[in-house]
Design a protein around this ligand. Structure first.
Ligand code: G3I
Length: 455
């Protein structure tokens, strides 16, 4: 039964804070007109053509100014030179309410992903309702800044709404998952770069030979839930690149070698059954000092031979084990960025790299589970707590530039699994207006699926 009270409140929508909304629109307009680049002094060199900062600056003790990292010197501009998509996970409340946040994202990213706004818990206040307002905010922001959008995620064992446990059964789980994917992927069909269709389905501690995690989806639907999710996603959106996304597969430790092998076997099984899958997301939550190994390179190349792309989906580098010396922490984090990205971005099927956030002010790593023991904010991202670029910024930018020497020329050589509906590149031409026209934003964006969801 639909929850009438909750639906009514969603239809009305929360009171709009005109002040912050105005700020949001102002930031949007500013960045649409060229972002921080608009403030650059004349004569600022284009990437690769000017003197640049070089790797030396990060250790020189000279604080970089905004003009040294924005506009033509931004990650986004350097990435464009190399045919890469770079960006970050974003929080719609900060895009709306914090101009520094909004302008940094607009300036630095040509692709964004909602960190939480597309998860079940965010979208599904009740079994029969969808609330797309926050997710729509991200898409509208991105489109007005000529950014692509990744979708994260359609099927995960975490971030499920509170009602899930009491409402979903073996009898209705497959239908609920199908309806969810049809509705969510269908809403953004033709507009997203890619979807994390299934997230984190492998658990090496699982007793199962197939390595599948003991998740609610496995328990309620069985191992076929992955195939169901991917096939439904392809039906709902013929152009988004369909991705399997996982963590803990980057290093050559025994556990990660094992997990990487299980992920590879899963992907091979899916491909063997003709399941539409276009990419593997390597989350890349790393620790300072982590070094990339030959195992990951082999994995990426094997995926290349299987005609699959690899996306770096959630890069960050925690410094929780290092002492409280900012230069020491920054140097170690930056080295990991440099080594990791230089290795990965040299591979022709690695065309996309996102960090899990843009500023140390809002990283999940400062949360209760992973925070530093001394309570100091982590410095895991290209910008620190105060929006100053970190050495990791320069390491990332250098890694982007290093691609020129090794990467295949031209745009992404891969097409999505199903050619129906045009190439992902053509999404760029679709405007925010186009998106808005097709949406029911004004009514508060609630879809009542009571008639089609059996609960
Ligand atoms: O928004 C509520 C707020 O209203 C409430 O007061 C507060 C109280 O705890 O919770 C807030 O929600 C939290 C949300 O983050 C926003 O901060 C949730 O409790 C918390 O569980 C949620 O954590 C997110 C986590 O995924 C679970 O969804 C993290 O932000 C997010 O960074 C993290 O991202 C995951 C990827 O999706 C998958 N890969 C790993 C990655 C890191 O864990």
């Amino acid at each position: 039964m639909p929850d009438v009270k909750a639906r009514a409140s969603l239809e009305t929508g929360p009171p709009t804070n005109l002040k912050t909304r105005r700020g949001f629109l102002k930031a949007a307009a500013r960045a649409a007109a060229g972002g921080l680049a608009a403030y650059l002094p004349p004569g600022c060199a284009a990437p690769g053509t000017g003197p640049g900062l070089g790797p030396g600056l990060e250790s020189s003790g000279i604080a970089p100014t905004l003009t040294q990292v924005s506009g033509p010197r931004s990650l986004r501009a350097h990435a464009a030179e190399h045919g890469l998509l770079v960006g970050c996970a974003v929080n719609p409340d900060k895009l709306d309410g914090e101009p520094d946040y909004a302008s940094t994202v607009a300036d630095q990213a040509n692709i964004v992903v909602p960190e939480n706004a597309l998860k079940w818990a965010a979208l599904r206040p009740t079994p029969s309702q969808f609330d797309f307002r926050k997710a729509d905010d991200v898409v509208v922001f991105a489109f007005s800044h000529q950014q692509k959008v990744r979708g994260h995620n359609l099927c995960w064992h975490e971030a499920l709404p509170a009602w899930f446990r009491t409402t979903v059964t073996r009898d209705n789980a497959a239908q609920l998952l199908t309806e969810h994917i049809r509705t969510v992927a269908g809403r953004y069909a033709g507009k997203l770069h890619s979807w994390d269709v299934v997230n984190e389905a492998i658990d090496v501690k699982s007793a199962r030979p197939d390595g599948l995690r003991d998740s609610p989806w496995l328990e309620l639907i069985g191992p076929g839930y992955l195939e169901l999710a991917f096939r439904t996603a392809r039906e709902a959106d013929g152009t988004a690149l369909l991705t399997y996304n996982d963590y803990g597969i980057e290093l050559d430790t025994p556990e990660q070698i094992d997990k990487r092998g299980q992920v590879m076997m899963l992907v091979r099984r899916l491909q063997a059954r003709g399941v539409p899958i276009d990419a593997v997301g390597v989350q890349s939550h790393l620790s300072a000092g982590d070094a990339p190994g030959a195992g990951l390179l082999h994995f990426v190349r094997e995926l290349h031979d299987m005609r699959l792309q690899v996306f770096i989906t959630e890069l960050d580098v925690n410094d929780r084990k290092l002492p409280d010396s900012v230069p020491e922490r920054d140097a170690a984090v930056a080295k990991t960025y440099r080594d990791y990205l230089t290795m990965m971005l040299a591979e022709p099927n690695v065309n996309v790299a996102l960090t899990w956030g843009i500023t140390g002010r809002y990283t999940w790593l400062n949360g209760p589970k992973y925070a530093r023991a001394d309570g100091k904010p982590e410095r895991p991202l290209p910008f620190d707590y105060d929006y100053n670029p970190t050495p990791a910024f320069f390491a990332e930018r250098d890694a982007i530039d290093s691609r020129r020497r090794t990467a295949l020329p031209g745009a992404n050589p891969y097409a999505p699994f199903s050619p129906s509906g045009g190439s992902p590149q053509s999404q760029e031409k679709r405007s925010a207006l186009d998106f808005d026209r097709g949406s029911d934003r004004k009514s508060g964006v609630v879809r009542n699926l009571a008639s089609s969801v059996s609960v």
